[in-house]
Design a protein around this ligand. Sequence first.
Ligand SMILES: [Zn+2]
Length: 361
Amino acid sequence: MTRIALACVSGLLLLTVALFQPSAAQTAAQSPSRRPAGTEHQGKAFRFNKVKDGVYHVVGTGNLAVVGNSSVIVNDNDVIVVDDHVSPAAAWVLLDEIKSITDKPVRTVINTHFHFDHAHGNQVFGAGVEIIGHEFTRDMLLKGNPLQMPLYKNYVEGLPRQIDDLRKRVAAEADATRKASLQVQLQAAENNRLSQAELKPTPPNVTLRTQMTLHRGDRDIQIRFLGRAHTAGDVVVYLPKEKVVMTGDFLTAALSNMSDAFVNEWPATLDELKKLDFDVVLPGHGEAFTDKAKIEYFQAYLRDVWSQVSRFKQQGVSADDAAMRADLTKHKEHFPSIQGPGVPIIAVTRIYELLDRGLAR
Ligand SMILES: [Zn+2]
């Protein structure tokens, strides 16, 4: 037999094997790793809010600790999940509840950024599932010591106190309805603690630097890095035909955390978002919204925080004092969480750090 004929026969054999055995991706995608600790909860953990055909904004009900939102895109043959919540347990339950909207397998996950409330479910997806994120997101989850990051450490170290507090409140509550609701919060916090103990930060296994597009039937799913903003590697997921954009914490329904932000560059990066043609935003926190004016409000807030805090720094004011004195109350009409003067110390520390590192421009 000639070498070419041999190659054909072995090629045919390979093809046959490929045709009759489920691919590793299929198996892994359909059966995620064993059930993690801390998945127990009552009722549903998620609301699947249908935004367009096959496009869902997924928001926690409070029955399980999930923290951030995810989005789910159901295509002809597969499912894409954008962000996977705060723990392996939350991501595992998400996969379970996705079965109520489709029996197609999740083959792709996109991390909008590296923060714990968006990427700490990554480990439950099998080896055949592509986890896509910016190169920076991979670096942070791989080499950035994510378990020691102050943002995450503060969160996890606060859980025992939160649990103690809830236990006391459950014991003291006389009203049956309020007691039941506190009990649900307590169970969610306890299960979250169990799941955090099993956490193994898992980085994206496919990365991009500026843009990539997934093609699924006649749907295009664009993953775009628009510039530094909430972190150095946030991406948005944009569906041009459906006119939907998933923004993670780059643009939420309220204010975003600034611990890793490029506060001074963020407004210009939001200008890039405005250039996309969309009519609904699916944010990483809060409900979906259509009002594009929110982008302007948030830009104005960011510019104001930056200018006030940098002025305090120039005047030699300590970060603690600046955090108390910065006054953003004029933005409270659009951001009701602003109760009075003062901004989170984490935002001030970050702005001071950017100025010290000469990253202001
Ligand atoms: Zn978040």
